[in-house]
Ligand binder design. Structure first.
Ligand SMILES: Nc1ncnc2c1ncn2[C@@H]1O[C@H](COP(=O)(O)OP(=O)(O)OP(=O)(O)O)[C@@H](O)[C@H]1O
Length: 342
């Protein structure tokens, strides 16, 4: 495949995403694609993403991968992953444009139905996504949404063996499930918890956990991992929506509903007729016209998709988290107790 890099459309922890134009007149690949590129330090994540996407195969609710390519740009080796282009960007960007209002419930139901179908495919193939969040749900011209960013995805096949001893943060702390905080378990159930957080954020325009500006993120991990507190379910949501969330926000992953069960929940088990779908696209376009207004500067950017490992011999969640909170603020840039920063 021959392609030319166009404008930059997104930034991740590891990579930059740009538009890519296919310069070969061929039916095999679309004229416009997205290219996710990284210099050497992000190559492992891109390579994991490619291999997971290859294993997953085609699914209408998962962003397609057209292949990989190595280029040398400005004397630097770049690893590139060519992907299906989502012209409307991510749901995170879209929701931020809505002045903290969130999306109408009918739109949330529709998007979540799609994400659930994508997750069903991922889980059925023996993987967990491990980084479900609005920034990784992409929007297409026809109103469709698809799951993207498989850089942290892992094969689980029902095996929830913790990845490592100690505390490992994969993905975004705001979306972390209790078992991930407490036991480093990142299985399909953790995707369901994160999906619940995505529903809250999509509907309310606010993150599922309210966090005071400047507070240490370890205090959030304690709230998630220890005690009975759950993310706040928006009052304005329908009873069906509230019930759906109550099935996602179950602290015990064994008792949490699976994706398959949630697909049969009345909140998402609706099949829109074609005319309703058109109506949806119109509504969708109107939403896009709403101008972005400045919000709180505390947007959690530096929390996104960080992976930090700590190798300690502390066993109980309270001990493990308590030991981290007691240090005033972690140094993300060096080794020692925080081994990896991504
Ligand atoms: N296929 C695509 N089409 C359009 N925009 C995309 C596409 N893939 C990614 N983006 C944009 O680029 C951003 C970063 O992409 P992505 O999340 O895949 O990168 P990352 O390095 O894995 O980031 P993260 O820090 O979330 O792990 C997305 O939030 C989205 O706005």
């Amino acid at each position: 495949m021959e392609w030319v890099r166009g404008e930059t459309i997104g930034f991740g922890t590891f990579s930059t995403v740009s538009v890519a134009t296919n310069t070969r007149d061929s039916d095999d690949f679309p004229a416009i694609m997205a290219v996710k590129s990284s210099v050497s330090y992000g190559a492992a994540s891109l390579s994991n993403e490619k291999s997971v996407l290859d294993s997953l195969g085609d699914c209408p609710e998962i962003v397609r991968c057209y292949g990989e390519d190595l280029t040398v740009e400005n004397g630097e080796e770049m690893h590139n992953l060519l992907l299906e282009y989502a012209s409307r960007g991510s749901l995170a960007t879209h929701v931020k444009k809505l002045s903290g209002e969130g999306l109408p419930e009918s739109t949330v139901r529709r998007h979540i139905g799609s994400v659930l179908r994508g997750l069903r495919h991922i889980h059925a193939k023996g993987f967990a996504h491990c980084d479900i969040k609005l920034g990784n749900i992409l929007l297409f011209n026809d109103g469709a949404v698809k799951i993207a960013d498989f850089g942290l995805a892992r094969r689980v096949d029902g095996d929830l063996t913790p990845l490592k001893k100690g505390v490992e943060i994969r993905g975004t702390p705001l979306y972390m499930a209790p078992e991930s905080v407490n036991d480093n378990e990142y299985g399909s159930a953790a995707d369901v918890w994160a999906l619940g957080c995505a529903v809250v954020e999509m509907f309310s325009g606010k993150t599922a956990w309210s966090v005071k500006e400047g507070s240490h993120f370890m205090s959030l991990l304690i709230r998630i991992g220890v005690g009975d507190e759950l993310p706040k379910i928006p009052e304005m949501l329908s009873e069906e929506g509230k019930d759906f969330l109550s099935k996602c926000f179950v602290k015990d992953p064994e008792k949490r509903w699976t994706v398959e069960m949630l697909l049969n929940h009345s909140f998402v088990a609706v099949d829109l007729e074609d005319d309703q779908r058109e109506d949806f696209v119109v509504k969708f376009k109107e939403e896009e016209k709403v101008l972005m207004s400045p919000k709180c500067p505390f947007e959690f950017h530096d929390w996104e998709s960080s992976t930090s490992d700590s190798h300690t011999s502390l066993d109980s969640p309270v001990e493990r988290l308590g030991s981290l909170v007691s240090s005033s603020s972690p140094d993300w840039s060096v080794g020692g107790s925080w081994v990896t920063v991504r």
